[in-house]
Design a protein around this ligand. Structure first.
Ligand code: P6P
Length: 338
C-alpha cells in the first residue's frame, strides 16, 4: 500500500519551490535529519534488547541522568548535520554550549543553525513509552565564520525557517514544516523509506482532550486551575478527556491529529516552566501555528518571546485554537481580577 504514496525524497524534489530560496541546502538539511531519524529509530526499537538502557552515569546540562540512547541520538544527529556543509552551528539539550561547525571552505558560509532536543522524554525509554526528537532551524544572521550566540542562536521563534519532530512510537514518523503547512511521513522499517502518510496536517479548531501533569495542580497559577476545572465540568461538550503521556512529542502529536490542548504551566518545581524555549517550545509552536493552531505562554505568543540564553525555560500552552483562546481568557481575566 505504501508504495503508492510519495516518498520523503520524492516529496522534497516535487516541492523544492517550498524550500526557502530553493537553493537545495534546506532540502539537504531535511535529508540529513531523515538519515539520523532512521538510525535512532532502529536503536530505540531495539532498546529493550540491547544493553543501552540505563544511565550512562553522566548527567546532562539539565541535571538529568544521561540515558545511553540520549547520548546515541545526540551523536547521530550531530554527525548527520556536521558532515554535509549545511549548518554553521548546533545547539542541543545534551550540550552546555553551542557547537560551531567549521565548514570545509575557509570562509564558513554554511547558511543554517539547528537547535534540537535529540531525544525528548528519554525517562520513558525503559518503560517502553514513545519518545521523540525535536528540531528547529534558523538562517544564520552573521554573514560568515564562527556563529555568534546572541545573533545566530538567540533569535525569536518567529524567525524559524523550518521545524519538526520525529516520534518513535508504534511507528516512526517525521513531521515537519518549512513554513508552507505541516506534513507527516511514516517510516516503513522493512525498506527504510519514509512515505507521505499525513499530508497537510491541520489541528482541529475545537478539541476535547486536555494534556497536563495534574500532579502539580496545587502549584499552578489560578487561571490555569480554573481552566482545568472548566475542562472537568459536566456542561455543554464537557467534561473533556484527560490524556498525559509525559512525552511532549507524543502528547503534542495526538493533539495535532485529534485536536486538544497541551499545558506545561509554571509551578513551584518549575517557576519558569519546564520546557526549553529554543528547542522544545519554539519548534512546537511553529508547527502548531503552521497547522492552524496556537501556542502561547499564557500572555504572549511563544514565537514572539525574546530568548536570553540557550537553555532557558518557558511555560507553554499549545493546540486547538478554540481551547487556547478559552484558557487565555481564564488566565488574563484572573490576572486582571488579582
Ligand atoms: P513531567 C520529558 O521530560 C518532558 O520534557 C516532555 O517530553 C514531557 O511533556 C514533560 O517533560 C513531562 O514532564 O514534569 O510531567 O514529568
Amino acid at each position: 500500500m505504501s508504495e503508492n504514496r510519495l516518498t520523503l525524497g520524492e516529496y522534497i524534489i516535487e516541492n523544492q519551490s517550498h524550500f526557502e530560496y530553493s537553493s537545495g541546502e534546506l532540502s539537504k538539511l531535511i535529508n540529513s535529519i531523515r538519515l539520523a531519524a532512521k538510525t535512532v529509530s532502529h536503536k530505540v526499537n531495539k532498546a529493550g534488547l540491547v544493553d543501552i538502557i540505563g544511565a550512562v552515569g553522566d548527567t546532562n546540562i539539565q541535571g538529568e541522568d544521561q540515558q545511553r540512547l540520549d547520548v546515541f541520538a545526540n551523536d547521530a544527529f550531530k554527525k548527520a548535520l556536521i558532515n554535509r556543509e549545511i549548518v554553521c552551528g548546533i545547539v542541543s539539550e545534551e550540550e552546555v554550549e553551542f557547537i560551531a561547525v567549521e565548514g570545509k571552505k575557509k570562509t564558513n558560509t554554511n547558511k543554517y543553525v539547528v537547535l534540537m532536543d535529540p531525544l525528548d522524554g528519554s525517562s520513558n525509554i525503559d518503560v517502553n513509552v514513545s519518545v521523540g526528537t525535536i528540531f528547529s532551524v534558523f538562517r544564520r544572521i552573521t554573514p560568515v565564520g564562527t556563529p555568534v550566540q546572541k545573533e545566530d542562536f538567540l533569535q525569536k521563534g518567529d524567525m524559524q525557517v523550518a521545524a519538526g519532530y520525529i516520534i518513535y512510537g508504534t511507528s516512526t514518523m517525521l513531521v515537519y514544516s518549512v513554513g508552507q503547512g505541516v506534513n507527516g511521513f511514516t517510516l516503513n522499517p522493512a525498506i527504510g523509506t519514509f512515505y507521505l502518510s499525513h499530508p497537510d496536517i491541520k489541528i482541529p479548531y475545537k478539541g476535547s482532550i486536555y494534556s497536563v501533569n495534574e500532579g502539580y495542580y496545587s502549584h499552578f497559577p489560578d487561571g490555569v486551575k480554573k481552566y482545568i476545572k472548566y475542562c472537568q465540568e459536566e456542561k455543554d461538550d464537557r467534561p473533556y478527556t484527560s490524556r498525559y503521556i509525559g512525552s511532549l512529542v507524543s502528547d503534542f502529536h495526538r493533539n495535532m491529529i485529534n485536536g486538544g490542548i497541551y499545558l506545561y504551566p509554571t509551578s513551584s518545581k518549575y517557576p519558569e516552566g519546564k520546557l526549553r524555549l529554543l528547542y522544545e517550545c519554539n519548534p512546537i509552536a511553529f508547527l502548531a501555528e503552521q497547522a492552524g493552531g496556537k501556542a502561547t505562554d499564557g500572555f504572549k505568543r511563544i514565537l514572539d518571546l525574546e530568548p536570553k540564553e540557550l537553555h532557558q525555560r518557558a511555560p507553554i500552552f499549545c493546540g486547538s485554537k478554540n481551547m487556547i483562546d478559552k484558557l487565555v481568557d481564564f488566565i488574563t481575566s484572573n490576572t486582571i481580577a488579582n
